[in-house]
Ligand binder design. Structure first.
Ligand code: ZN
Length: 339
């Protein structure tokens, strides 16, 4: 099968080559991959780590069940599925309360196992979810990293309420484009922040953002809309580069949430600014299986859109990362098409 393979860490070391297709063991399924989302997590995996080595990256993908191993029930050959990408044991104290994303024996498919930048991938049967009627496989491939991370941030971790003023930084990105939609769905007033506002304005309007501004403009808009009080919730997965001004946008008693640190994770926090304003700083990672099925239902009901920027053949994997990080007009997902 064709696959993106690296023998040692580094973007320069990735090759698209023919390798032997994997076979499903007990409790596993073989998926013929149709679409794989390209995310910063894959970039970091390629540059820093990845198991096993040689490694096939790809933490987000959809496809069709090709074969299944012993003890697998509830799936059939030909089923259209999308992969919930958190490995979990189902028995630790976090799994038992429905928080598979925190499993003590967990990890991410495509990071600690081979992933979906290939014609075929093997995953545990418990990680596949059937794609409902009305959702296409290319739309489904945008969900496991992009949408689920946003869902978990906005709903599970911050307890967002209708009527709140929400700021989403990096609004055009894989997570941001869904965070805007989920916050809007929950009844918030949503300010989408992007440094490329002119080129992406129409696309962000389609995702129902109430306001679209540059990082330079956001402070005065928040002040205007809140009578100087600040935002109830700031969603920021950009990290170091935005932290200072982003934290200052939060109102007294407000929340600031992150699920990533694209530009670096080491920041300086003024404790007095934290306690005197009673601000809550919240961490969030991935999401739960329950959240994932809800997102599929909502997309099936067409209450959100699955923004897709482009689809590229597997051979174009480096160009795909260029598009993710550099395309000035990108809103939403870059997908690889292995077959
Ligand atoms: Zn567990």
């Amino acid at each position: 099968m064709r696959a993106v393979v690296l023998d040692k860490p580094g973007m320069d070391n990735i090759r698209v080559v023919n390798v032997e297709a994997p076979r499903p063991g007990p409790n596993e399924v073989l998926i013929k991959v149709r679409f794989a989302g390209v995310n910063p997590v894959d970039y970091f995996t390629i540059n820093r780590s990845g198991k096993p080595m040689p490694h096939i990256p790809g933490a987000e993908f959809s496809g069709v069940i090709e074969e299944f191993g012993p003890n697998v029930r509830g799936v059939n050959v030909g089923d259209e599925v999308v992969v919930y990408n958190r490995l979990f044991d189902g028995s630790c104290s976090y799994c038992l309360i429905g928080h598979e994303e925190l499993c003590v024996n967990g990890g991410l498919i495509g990071v600690v196992t081979n992933g979906g930048f290939a014609e075929y991938a093997v995953v545990p049967a418990i990680n596949v979810i059937r794609v409902p009627r009305g959702v296409s496989l290319n739309e489904a491939a945008t969900l496991p990293v992009g949408a689920l991370t946003a869902w978990h941030m906005v709903f599970d971790r911050t307890g967002m309420r209708a009527g709140e003023l929400v700021v989403v930084l990096g609004a055009t990105g894989n997570v941001g484009s869904y965070a805007v939609q989920f916050a809007k769905l929950a009844g918030a007033t949503v300010i989408a922040v992007s440094r490329k506002t002119v080129r992406v304005k129409d696309a962000l309007m389609e995702l129902s953002a109430d306001y679209i501004v540059t990082p330079e403009e956001v402070q005065s808009l928040v002040s205007e809309l809140s009578n100087g009080l600040g935002a109830d919730l700031v969603v920021d997965a950009i990290g170091q580069a935005t932290w200072g001004p982003s934290f200052q946008l939060v109102a007294r008693h407000g929340r600031w949430v992150t699920a990533g640190a694209l530009t670096g994770g080491d920041v300086t926090l003024s404790l007095s600014s934290l306690y005197s304003r009673e601000v809550t700083v919240i961490g969030s990672t991935g999401g739960t299986r329950a959240g994932f099925t809800k997102i599929l239902d909502i997309l099936s009901g067409r209450r959100i859109k699955a923004p897709i920027y482009s689809k590229m053949n597997l051979d174009k994997v480096k160009e795909a990362f260029d598009a993710v990080f550099k395309a000035e007009d990108r809103v939403g997902k870059v997908l690889l098409t292995p077959t």
